[in-house]
Design a protein around this ligand. Structure first.
Ligand code: SF4
Length: 186
């Protein structure tokens, strides 16, 4: 019994086979049967949401549950690498303290209250429309300007071409905003 146990000990196997300790000789029964956490998971390609580099990500999921997010080796941008922020994307989705409700603090209030997303979006739209109408200038110093400088829009780095096109069209051509920019320019 002891002899058999010793013979399975990785160190003994390494000495016996003369191997360098990087191959099968160092596997125990347990480590031989270990599988990566994303074993058998489905994978979807994605892009890191944090900055303008746009590193490629692989999102592993199983039965509708996210298992892990890792760098995509096929990405010509990042070739499988993610910086510490990108590597933490998994927790961006799964952390227990992630906020999943809109928080709103009324003027002069010390309390946060929760709003449903639809109400919050309506409030944003109402405020945007009110500010735009209140500050819109048709002329300035005798020149036709048809704009407002009181409201700006800052887009995120992972907005795609089509989304940026629509944002520019809505906010500049539609509402007359001058300040329309994007984090990707930073
Ligand atoms: S992994 Fe880092 S460098 Fe790459 S897009 Fe995300 S935040 Fe930017």
């Amino acid at each position: 019994m002891l002899k058999e146990l010793l013979s399975r000990w990785p160190l003994i196997q390494q000495i016996r086979t003369g191997a360098d300790g990087t191959g099968a000789e160092v596997l125990t029964e347990r480590s031989r049967n270990l599988r990566p956490k994303n074993h058998d998971a489905e994978v979807s390609r994605s892009v890191c949401p944090y900055c303008a580099v746009g590193c490629g990500q692989l999102a592993f999921h199983k039965n509708g549950k996210l298992i892990s997010i890792e760098g995509d080796p096929a990405s010509p941008i990042s070739r499988g690498h993610l910086c510490p922020k990108g590597s933490d994307t998994f927790e961006l989705h799964t952390h227990s303290k992630r906020l999943t409700k809109v928080k709103y603090r009324r003027p002069y209030s010390r309390q946060w209250e929760e709003l449903d997303l639809e109400s919050a979006m309506d409030m944003v739209a109402d405020r945007l429309w009110e500010s735009r109408n209140r500050t819109f200038e048709e002329t300035r110093d005798g020149e036709v300007v048809m704009h407002t400088t009181a409201v700006g829009h800052l887009g995120g780095a992972t907005l795609d071409n089509e989304e940026n096109y629509l944002i520019k069209k809505l906010f500049t051509a539609g509402l007359g905003l001058v300040c329309v920019s994007n984090q990707a320019r930073i």
